[in-house]
Design a protein. Structure first.
Length: 274
């Protein structure tokens, strides 16, 4: 089976890793020739780390032999396309439109964590479009959130569910609504934790420890925000505030940290030092 992943950042590289490990041939598309080597290195590093930790059954080099990294999407007989580009509606629509043309028989999946699938599907063959929301780090996290809009074919949803389950993931199905299920709840807790830190209720470490030990979370909401990226969390909170009201309004502390470039693990500093 041939699968296409569009976007070679953290999520795209992780999805490519997952598909390769699941037996797929993968075309990973990254914009610009200068980004192609970095995207390939990111997938290779992810596979190598998994192998070192005993989480990969195959030789990473054998898996990489089934990976093609390209700077543009050419026509290909793919069964699945997953876009993992930044959270911008118009950008995602352009990417999905190009994929619909280049891969006429493929399921078209968006890895968006909060944007409307109906809006992304507008003007496209909507029966082929759905949300397929993976979680970071993709090879490790167990969940895939399938998001369906009114126009998607039930067969497409069933195919996407089967593929995700074959890749070892647990699937939940969610109606297309702002923030879906996971981002809506995750952001609600995350922004409240930031407000508590801003108000001096407790330290970041103590807030996170309280949620880990008191509620059984594997990771506290502030460390999770660092992992997701404060800029990503800010964009989702702004979108949810616009759609659902001021209870999702981003705290000033979040805006200040993003403006200062303290974006979490990827910059070495967020609510914690990495």
């Amino acid at each position: 089976m041939i699968s296409v992943v569009i976007g070679g950042g953290t999520m795209g590289a992780g999805i490519a890793h997952l598909l390769l490990a699941g037996g797929h041939e993968v075309v990973l598309v990254e914009s610009g020739a200068d980004r192609v080597p970095a995207a390939r290195r990111a997938v290779a590093a992810s596979l190598g780390k998994a192998a070192d930790r005993g989480r990969l059954d195959a030789d990473p080099e054998e898996l990489l032999a089934r990976l093609v990294v390209a700077e543009r999407l050419e026509p290909v007989a793919a069964a699945l396309v997953v876009e993992a580009v930044p959270e911008d509606v118009e950008l995602k629509r352009r990417v999905l439109a190009a994929a619909a043309s280049a891969c006429p028989d493929a399921v078209l999946a968006s890895n968006t964590s909060s944007l409307s699938i109906s809006a992304l599907a507008s003007g496209l063959p909507g029966e082929r479009v759905l949300g397929m929301h993976f979680f970071n780090p993709v090879p490790v996290q167990q969940l895939v959130e399938l998001v369906h809009h009114d126009g998607v074919s039930p067969e497409v949803v069933a195919r996407a569910r089967a593929w995700a389950e074959q890749l070892g993931k647990t699937v939940i199905e969610v109606r297309d609504a702002p923030g879906f299920a996971t981002s809506r709840l995750g952001v609600a807790v995350g922004v409240e934790a930031i407000r508590m830190l801003e108000e001096g209720v407790a330290s970041a470490e103590d807030i996170d420890t309280g949620m880990r030990l008191g509620y059984g979370w594997p990771m506290g909401p502030l460390r999770l925000t660092d992992l997701v990226g404060l800029d990503v969390r800010l964009a989702i909170a702004e979108h949810l505030a616009a759609e659902l009201g001021p209870r999702f309004a981003p705290p000033a502390l979040l805006r200040e940290k993003v403006a200062a470039g303290h974006l979490g693990r990827k910059t070495g500093r967020g609510f914690f030092t990495w």
